[in-house]
Each structure stands twice: as structure tokens, then as C-alpha cells.
Design a protein around this ligand. Structure first.
Ligand code: FAD
Ligand code: SF4
Length: 336
């Protein structure tokens, strides 16, 4: 691990001012915020991340979960994943988020991991984590070892000829289905970013993963008011039952009017280069009977543009079955 300076920060303004001295907020950043450390420290040990300065933001007052007067929920950036998943309002009104978080990692990791850190966790592509291998995301212009290499776990939606890495987060998939907003304070003031606009597709610049700029501090995430009576499911399919990332997952927030779908919000994980909201599947379900035939049609629509590689073609059918089954589970379950 490269030597670095460790700085404890007590005040958001100081964090922003110090963070703004970084050359970038993307791959290769010279200054990084340290939250739970479960992504960052791992990557520093592998020399994939080599910050010169580490700003410990664990003392910042960003660890509250609050119900908003106008409805909705405000989640501090430093709220630990365990606290979020077990919060009674999240379990009652946003259960898809609780289910998604609890499907990931381990109890110990979730006790450390934070809301902002989870939003910004990096891909698990094995070549990204191995500095001996070519990787456009880690070293722009060096090539992509995965496209003709081990790509079984990688993405089939949103890929480019430069990068096919999957966004590995479960939490992000639920936040996409819940239409979350990310709140950022930076050198130029405050911004609100819809989760769909927060992560970037790889295109020709896979090293650029989000819209964040140097000094941008995520302060909190907000969720809109809950949809009364909605049924919520997070279904995650993986190689083993725990301590494993998704091969395919689906977050579903479903409202029914009688036997018909009145509203569906759908996002997929394990298959996209970013948390993958599917307006195609949502439109395919609108006003349709809530039955297996409609659910399969929605799943077909969600995966219509899939572009599999040499080893991950199985994900197309897996993701379809995952989404169709998640919709069936939601439709036949009680309210959230
Ligand atoms: C063995 C293992 C298994 C795992 N399994 C899963 C899984 O199954 N599913 C899953 O979803 N995840 C899984 N994870 C990933 C885990 O969820 C993430 O590592 C964790 O959420 C990151 O949060 P953190 O607070 O530790 O982030 P950190 O490592 O502290 O930070 C991550 C990034 O976020 C930046 N950052 C942190 N806070 C802020 C802020 N407020 N503003 C701006 N930037 C910020 C940091 O600078 C850094 O670049 C696993 C991790 C491990 C190690
Ligand atoms: S898929 Fe992306 S992260 Fe993986 S080797 Fe290719 S460029 Fe790197």
C-alpha cells in the first residue's frame, strides 16, 4: 500500500475544502473520503486506489434517519447499512431497501458500510482489482481484459467496447426502484441528483463512474413518500446463498388495482454497468393483468437490449426469470 496522510475531519465545510484539492473524484483520486472503508481500504491494499490523503469523515453529523414533514425519508450519508436495513420505517414503508441491504455482504461488513460508501462501491471485475492486468477503468487506454477473458459475472446491459463491468451494489438497485435522490454539497454549492443520473455508463470513459467532482460530499439520500399499499420485493440470484454478489437481481415496487397493475417501479442488479432501472418493463406492465404472462412479457422487455459476452449469455434468461419471479412474489404477497 502506498504511504498516505490520514486526516480526521469534524466539519462538512472542511471536508469539502480539503476534498476539492483532489485532482479528480474518479479513478486515481489523490484525496479520498474514508467512510466505513470496506471498499476503499481493500482497493488501497491492492494498489488499485492510491490516495495521498485520506479524509476520515466518520465524525461528521450525517448519521440520522429522519421522516420528512412532507412525507418521505432522509437518510444521512454516514448511516450504517445495518441501521438502515433494520430501521422500523424502512422495514414498514421501503421494505425493498431493507431486503436488498440484508442480501449483501455480511453482518460485520454491513455494520461498517455506509449509505454513501455503498452508493460509490466499485466493480468486482477481477481485472480491475489486479494491477498486473489491462483495465480501461483503472488505467484508461490500457485495454479491457474482461471482454475476451473471464466475463461470466459481468454486465449485459449498458456495456461499451471499453468496459463491461457490473455495478455490484444491491442497495443501489432498491434505491433506483424507489426513485431516490442523492444530495451533494460541493465547492460550487448544493446539488440534488436523481439516482438514475448519478452513475454514468462506461462509454469511452469507464474510469468516470459518477457525476461527482473533487470536493463533492454526499450528505444524504432522500426517498419520496411511500406508495400506500405497494408490494415490494428484492430477489437476488447468486452462486451461493450468502456472502456473494448478484449474478442477477430484481427490485420491484408494485401497486395493484384489483387484478391489474396500476403502477410498477422496477430495477435490475448484477446485469447492468449501473443500477438498471427498466422503464421498458414498467411500461409493459402498465394496466396489464398481474399474471405470469404479463410478468414474462415485462421481463422480455427489460432484457431486449442485452448484449452478452462469451461467458455470460446465461444471464439473459437468468435475469428474465429473476424479474418475472420477483413480480410474481410481489403480486402474491401482502402490502410492504
Ligand atoms: C467481502 C465483501 C463482500 C461484499 N458483498 C456485497 C454484496 O453482496 N452486495 C453489496 O451490495 N455490497 C457488497 N459489498 C460491498 C459493501 O457493501 C461496500 O464495500 C460498502 O457498502 C462500502 O461502504 P463504505 O462506507 O465502507 O465505503 P468506503 O470504502 O469508506 O468508501 C467507498 C467510496 O465512497 C467514497 N465516499 C464515502 N463516503 C462518501 C461521502 N459521504 N461523499 C463522497 N464520497 C464518499 C469514498 O471516498 C470511497 O471512494 C461487499 C464488500 C466486501 C468487502
Ligand atoms: S470490464 Fe471494465 S473493469 Fe473489467 S477489465 Fe474491462 S475495463 Fe476493466
Amino acid at each position: 500500500m502506498q504511504a498516505f496522510e490520514f486526516v480526521r475531519i469534524d466539519d462538512p465545510a472542511a471536508a469539502i475544502a480539503e476534498g476539492a484539492k483532489s485532482n479528480t473524484a474518479q479513478q486515481g483520486a489523490s484525496v479520498r473520503f474514508l467512510a466505513g472503508g470496506t471498499t476503499l481500504v481493500d482497493l488501497m491494499k491492492l494498489n488499485v486506489e492510491r490516495p495521498e490523503r485520506l479524509l476520515d469523515i466518520n465524525r461528521l453529523p450525517l448519521d440520522k434517519i429522519e421522516q420528512l414533514k412532507e412525507g418521505g425519508l432522509r437518510i444521512g450519508a454516514m448511516v450504517r447499512n445495518s441501521d438502515l436495513a433494520h430501521h422500523p420505517v424502512v422495514q414498514r414503508d421501503y421494505s425493498v431497501l431493507s431486503q436488498a441491504i440484508l442480501s449483501g455482504a455480511t453482518v460485520q461488513l454491513r455494520n461498517m458500510a455506509t449509505t454513501a460508501g455503498n452508493l460509490l462501491q466499485r466493480t468486482r471485475c477481477v481485472y480491475f482489482r489486479d494491477t498486473a492486468m489491462a483495465c480501461n477503468k483503472r488505467e484508461p487506454g490500457s485495454g479491457c481484459s474482461a471482454i475476451h477473458g473471464f466475463n461470466r459475472t459481468l454486465a449485459i446491459l449498458g456495456t461499451s467496447d471499453q468496459c463491461i463491468a457490473t455495478n455490484p451494489s444491491d442497495m443501489n438497485v432498491a434505491l433506483a426502484a424507489l426513485e431516490a435522490t442523492i444530495h451533494v454539497q460541493g465547492a460550487k454549492g448544493e446539488r440534488r441528483i436523481a439516482i438514475g443520473d448519478f452513475h454514468l455508463l462506461p462509454g469511452d470513459t469507464p474510469q468516470r463512474e459518477t457525476v461527482l467532482e473533487p470536493g463533492d460530499l454526499i450528505t444524504h439520500v432522500t426517498l419520496p413518500p411511500p406508495i400506500a399499499g405497494s408490494k415490494q420485493v428484492y430477489l437476488k440470484l447468486r452462486d451461493r446463498a450468502s456472502y456473494e454478489f448478484a449474478l442477477a437481481s430484481a427490485a420491484v415496487v408494485l401497486s395493484l388495482a384489483g387484478e391489474k397493475v396500476s403502477r410498477a417501479r422496477i430495477a435490475l442488479g448484477g446485469v447492468g454497468t449501473k443500477p438498471w432501472r427498466s422503464p421498458e418493463a414498467e411500461a409493459a406492465l402498465d394496466g396489464q393483468m398481474a399474471n405470469k404472462e404479463s410478468f414474462r412479457k415485462a421481463a422480455e422487455a427489460a432484457l431486449r437490449d442485452a448484449q452478452p459476452q462469451s461467458q455470460n449469455g446465461f444471464k439473459v434468461e437468468l435475469a428474465k426469470r429473476c424479474l418475472a419471479h420477483a413480480l410474481h412474489m410481489a403480486a402474491t404477497s401482502g402490502p410492504a
